[in-house]
Design a protein. Structure first.
Length: 117
């Protein structure tokens, strides 16, 4: 049974930082490219960052480039998202999952990020 457990969200003022973590259990984690996704209030879920299985390639949505950094620790089955210079438009529920839709597993509960202006 694959399980995704996200944590690290919270309430922060604009300009602040948060570090999200996602622990993956029950799967060969290191074989998959992973991504962080977010769902703003009333909107569809979107991918914001991706990291290759080895960790040497990263991709970012234009809206977060230069502010967010995705990384992973395969020994700990964990993906991280360092978020700096947060903006109110970064508010939403953040999730992790496989980057490719074809190999995704059921979504976890996510972690809420709220950025106040």
């Amino acid at each position: 049974q694959v399980q995704l457990v996200e944590s690290g969200g919270g309430l922060v003022q604009a300009g602040g930082s948060l570090r999200l973590s996602c622990v993956v259990s029950g799967r060969t984690f290191r074989s998959y490219n992973m991504g962080w996704f977010r769902q703003p209030p009333g909107k569809e879920r979107e991918i914001v960052a991706g990291v290759s299985w080895s960790g040497d390639r990263t991709t970012y949505a234009d809206s977060v480039k230069g502010r967010f950094t995705i990384s992973r620790d395969n020994a700990k089955n964990t993906v991280y998202l360092q978020m700096n210079s947060l903006k109110p438009e970064d508010t939403g529920v953040y999730y992790c999952n496989a980057e490719s839709p074809g190999v995704r597993v059921p979504w976890g509960q996510g972690t809420q990020v709220t950025v106040s202006s």
